[in-house]
Write a protein that binds this ligand. Sequence first.
Ligand code: CA
Ligand code: CA
Ligand code: ZN
Length: 324
Amino acid sequence: MALRKRSARALFLSLLLAAVAVFGFVAAGLANGGSPAEGKALASMPAAVPADAAQPAVAGPSAARAVPAAWLGYSGRLRAVIDTPASLEAQLVADSIQSAAELQPGLHDLGIVTPDGDPFYVVSLLPYEQKDGKRLNGYYVGNWPEKATTGRYAPPAGFIEVTPENESTPVSQSFKLQDFLTHDQQGVWPKVLVLKPKLVDKLELISAALAERGLPSHLHVMSGFRTPQYNEQGVGPKGGRASMSRHMYGDASDVFVDENGDGVMDDLNGDGRTTVADAQVLFHVAESVEAAHPDLIGGLSPYPSNGVHGPFVHVDTRGFKARW
Ligand SMILES: [Ca+2]
Ligand SMILES: [Ca+2]
Ligand SMILES: [Zn+2]
């Protein structure tokens, strides 16, 4: 039996060699003495390679791997996954798209693309333990409340370090890393960011729901992540910030619709004015998104304008319904 197997393999190998030899002979014949058309066809073959090579350069062992569906979010519009190195490695291996990824903290373009061909980024978090006192690499962060060590009020698992080079990286179709940065320490880099993809997904769904209703749909993030030290400055009757604000946990944002780019809420109810009534329109659209996607449930609240800002809506994904 083994002998027959071996001889069958030998026969197959000789046939293969013969085929290769015949192909080589035919190819050589064409190149040397074939018709001009055939010669041209052969000569044009290598041209296909540079055309492929002109695709955007990507790191990693092979180009154009597909994004696991879950990473695209309910909106299908997410453009980055953000997680700890250990969790990312487990997910990458499970999805068989990267068995030995370099998942050092930072942003990675591993050649993963969306169904539309957009690049998709893997963001590996710098561990929380890297924070030295109230600072992280010179950026003043403060301390998270020590109310809990697990659950939704536990300190974040890690941080994204945002630099002038990576701040414009898209995290979704409509949003970039820089949209969610704390508004302070303008000259200090790298900045520290905590951002949950679920929040970005919810914002994209709200934007899509606005468009479906024929309303302006460009959302402007007035306030995204707030470091604990920055949030603390606004706690109290004047500032109006909560001491346990979700903004410190990367799953909250204060947004308004600003399709016309004038820096304030657009006139969503068509009364010719920008008031809290427009924030209420946005609030109701956001409620419809929560109704359709209970997994993204959280806090929603419309705010009127004051001396500092126009009307806006607070949106978060804390995991249970909150209204105030
Ligand atoms: Ca506007
Ligand atoms: Ca209005
Ligand atoms: Zn808020």
